[in-house]
Each structure stands twice: as C-alpha cells, then as structure tokens.
Design a protein around this ligand. Structure first.
Ligand SMILES: Cc1ncc(COP(=O)(O)O)c(C=O)c1O
Length: 478
C-alpha cells in the first residue's frame, strides 16, 4: 500500500509554511515583552473565536497559528520567572515536532518500537543514577500522577487484598507528608480512597523541612490506636520554599515503622545529576522505595516529561496495573509485555514522551545537566544576595535551595496587597511574571530560575524593573 501522492505533497507544503511562520516568530520574539496582555473579554474579541470561516482552508489554519503565537506567553523570555519551567531545550523541541508528525501511542512495542527502546534505555539510566537495584521505572503524566502511583503501590503492598476487596478489608490507613507538600498528595489520598483526613500533614522545622520528631510521635500514636501508617512522602524541594526533607532521618524511622518511603523530587530532585548538590540534599536516596522527578522542570525538557522509579521491586508496576481483560492489546507473555509499556501503566494510550527526553540526554549528557543545575544554584545565591542588599526588598524566609521568596518592603497593613498588586502590574505590562504564594499568611513573591539562558544580568534586570515599578506604585498607594 502506498500513500496518496497529493496528500504527501500537501504535507510537505504545510510543514514548509509552518516552518516559515516559526522562523519569523523566532526572529522577532525575545525583543518584545513576554506577553501582549489583554484581559479575557478583550482577547476573546480580538482573536474572534466565533468567526465563521471556510472549512478545509489552510490559510485559516495558519492565521490562527499566527494569532496563537502573538498572544501567548513567551515562556523562554527572561521575564518569565513564574513557574518551575521556562522555554524548552532545542533537542526536546525537535523531539516534540517529530513525535507529533509520527503520532503514535507508546503503549505497545508494535505501535512504538523506537520510542519503547528509548524509554527503557532512559529508565535504566535513571535507575542507575538513583542507585536503585532490581528496580523499575516508568514515564508518567507528571509528578502529581507519579505521587499517586507511588502512594497506590504503598497501599497495595501494605494491604495485599486491596486489589480485589478494596479498602473494606483493611485497618485505617495513614499517609504522612510535610505540611508544605504539594497538593497532589491530597489529590492522591482522595483518589485512592485513603481520604484526606488520613493524610497527616507533619509540622515543619524552621527551615521548612519535615520535623521528623513530630512525625515519630504521630507514627507512634496512630499505631497505638490501631491505624496503619503505610506511606511517608518526603519532598525534595518544596513548591514554595524549596525545602528538602531529611532522607537519612526518614530512613531511620522507616526501620522502626516499616512504611513505604517515597521522595517527591518533582522540582528539587534534579540535583541528582550533580554530585555536590546530591550529597547536600539527597543523601540516602538509593535506599528509599520510590522517587519521582520532572525532566520538564529544572532540566528544561518540553512539557510533559516525568519519571517514576521504584526500588527493589522489578515487577511492581505489572502487579499494580494489571487488571481487566487486556488481551485485545497486550500479549499475555511477561517477556513480551516487558516491551509493552502500557501494560505497566495506568493509561491505555500513552503519549510518546521518550524521544524528546532521549534527545536531551544524548545532547547535554549528565555532565551538561549537572553544570546547568550548578549554574542555577549560583544564580539563586546571587539573587538572594541581591535582595538582601537592595533597600527596597527583603527575603520573606531565608533561601533553602533554589526558591527565592522575597517581597517589596511596605507598611505591615498593606504589604500583602501591595506585593500582589505589584506582581499584577508587572504581568499586565508584559515586563515579567513572577510567582506568588503565602508563607504563614505573608504574601511572598517567588522567583524561580529555570531558564538555561538566564544570566546574572537577567537577575539584576528582573529586580531593577521590579523595584522601579514598585517605587512608582508605592507613590500611588501612599
Ligand atoms: C513538589 C512538587 N510535587 C509535585 C508537583 C506536581 O508536578 P506536575 O506538575 O508534574 O504534576 C509539583 C509542581 O509544581 C511540585 O512542586
């Protein structure tokens, strides 16, 4: 069977036209603001979503592409310091384009042979990196889901009958996380039938890490009252403060209480590639039960790119995920299913996330990524110093790792509202988009540096623009 010649020609023309538009986009963007902001109603009118156009008209399609590019957030712009990702690595972008063109599902070897081998290769690389033995990994749809799968594994290991009998057969299950853990843990407790009431938020030490003495007390009292502590989720780099829970302390407690120890390294797990920072923040990682990190965050691989690793239990995903009749898609032999990654996953269709990941890894290597993380760390030290020496600014809490939680100084009665107004003003004028959050009811601006092109002078520019906008705004407020 052959592809229709006319269709093939049209495909080539479409790709050529798209490539021209993208080239134009790359030549101008970066000089402008990171967004041409319009409120939802105005943007909706401007792009005219309900316009009636001719069907099958490629000019219409490309006009929409141009509008999309014009009004979207340019996340690789140095003004975009809001989220845990910024722009994407070029090899990953190439991978994404090829993934879209070849459009397949990474659930079976027969539909995705190369991607399956690449994914398995990368998972082995990551297992080695973590120091996990007899382990297994999978790419998931992000750390939220990876946290849920880890909690599910812990649940099913602690209650052997759960797959058939559900939760009805078991003691009350309890999971424990840092009070600042990501909200995906609450979601996981909800989805898995644990109940958010049974997700205990452990108080913190002053540095934002989990207070393991408080955890020890909770574990003892819950066990004494007949509950079953089955899961402790440590965070390696909390979302707001960037604090790391102490893995060695948790491993000590694990010996006594026999829970599953998972490490959520969605953000800060990236230090695993850098020997110095790994030793500082992730000591003991090779002993935990599971670990997740996002390559789409600090590493800069295009969204979504996540890995979940399991230690010492090679068959765990197969045991966890095999339910129902899958004979229409997966062969029953274990050997074949080793290459049918969907058989070990919660999804049926699986997006190919491996190609971009593989290309990034081959391009930068562990050394390139390690240098990038070291550079981010140095820029964060510089940013903290900048805040501490600028008379208009102050840190809300000391920096723990990569998160700079700071604010513009203002009288106590208006400091929260003022900082939120300052952030909005910076955003709507297209200057910069910085994160915000609350720490003990204090609004904080949260600077995250994860753009590989970012330099010291970008840090200084960011603060200088923020200070001058803040100074102007303060005159209007006081
Ligand atoms: C600590 C932590 N865990 C999990 C997540 C969720 O990651 P994802 O967006 O990949 O689901 C985040 C996201 O910000 C996070 O900061």
């Amino acid at each position: 069977m052959k592809m229709n010649k006319k269709a093939a020609l049209q495909q080539q023309e479409i790709i050529k036209k798209l490539s021209d538009i993208i080239t134009g986009f790359y030549t101008t963007h970066g000089r402008d603001n990171f967004i041409e902001y319009l409120p939802p109603k105005d943007l909706s009118q401007k792009i005219d979503l309900i316009s009636v156009e001719k069907n099958y008209d490629w000019d219409v399609v490309f006009a929409w592409v141009e509008k999309y590019l014009k009004y979207s957030v340019k996340t690789d712009h140095p003004g975009f310091v809001n989220r845990m990702w910024a722009g994407a690595n070029q090899p990953a972008i190439v991978g994404e384009i090829v993934t879209a063109i070849t459009n397949t599902s990474a659930c079976t070897y027969e539909s995705a042979p190369v991607s399956t081998l690449m994914e398995k290769y990368m998972l082995d690389q990551m297992l080695d990196l973590a120091g996990f033995s007899n382990g297994v990994g999978q790419m998931t749809t992000g750390s939220s889901n990876a946290n849920m799968i880890a909690m599910m594994a812990a649940r099913n290991i602690s209650c052997k009958s759960i797959k058939r009998a559900g939760l009805f057969d078991s003691n009350e299950l309890y999971a424990f996380v840092n009070a600042d853990a990501h909200y995906s843990m609450d979601k996981a407790a909800n989805i898995l039938g644990i109940g958010t009431k049974h997700l205990i938020k452990v108080p913190q030490k002053s540095n934002g890490g989990m207070n393991t003495e408080a955890l020890q007390e909770q574990l003892t009292s819950i066990t004494a009252s007949g509950g079953l502590p089955f899961f402790v989720g440590a965070t390696a780099g909390t979302t707001v403060r960037g604090a790391y829970d102490s893995i060695p302390d948790l491993l000590e407690l694990k010996k006594r209480h026999n829970f599953w120890l998972h490490v959520d390294g969605a953000w800060g797990g990236a230090v695993i590639v850098n020997d110095r920072l790994r030793d500082k923040f992730l000591r003991g990682i090779e002993e935990v039960d599971s670990f997740t990190m996002d390559f789409h965050k600090m590493f800069g691989t295009a969204l979504i790119c996540n890995v979940l690793l399991m230690n010492r239990r090679k068959n765990i995903f197969r045991d966890l995920c095999s339910v129902g009749d899958t004979s229409y898609i997966f062969r029953q032999s274990e050997k074949e299913d080793d290459f049918n990654l969907g058989a070990q996953s919660l999804q049926c269709g699986r997006r190919v996330d491996s190609l971009k990941w593989f290309l990034d890894w081959k391009f930068y290597g562990k050394t390139g990524f390690a240098e990038r993380i070291e550079n981010y760390y140095a820029l964060c030290e510089y940013a903290e110093h900048y805040v501490e020496t600028a008379p208009e600014l102050e840190m809300v809490v000391p920096r723990e790792s990569f998160n700079i939680c700071f604010r513009y100084k203002a009288p106590e009665s208006i400091v929260n509202e003022f900082n939120l107004a300052l952030r909005t003003s910076l955003y709507q004028s297209g200057i910069s988009l910085v994160g915000y959050a609350y720490i003990n009811n204090n609004a904080t601006l949260r600077l995250l540096i994860c753009n590989s092109q970012f330099t010291k002078s970008d840090v200084a520019d960011f603060f200088n623009c923020l200070i001058s906008t803040g100074n102007k705004l303060m005159k209007e407020w006081i």
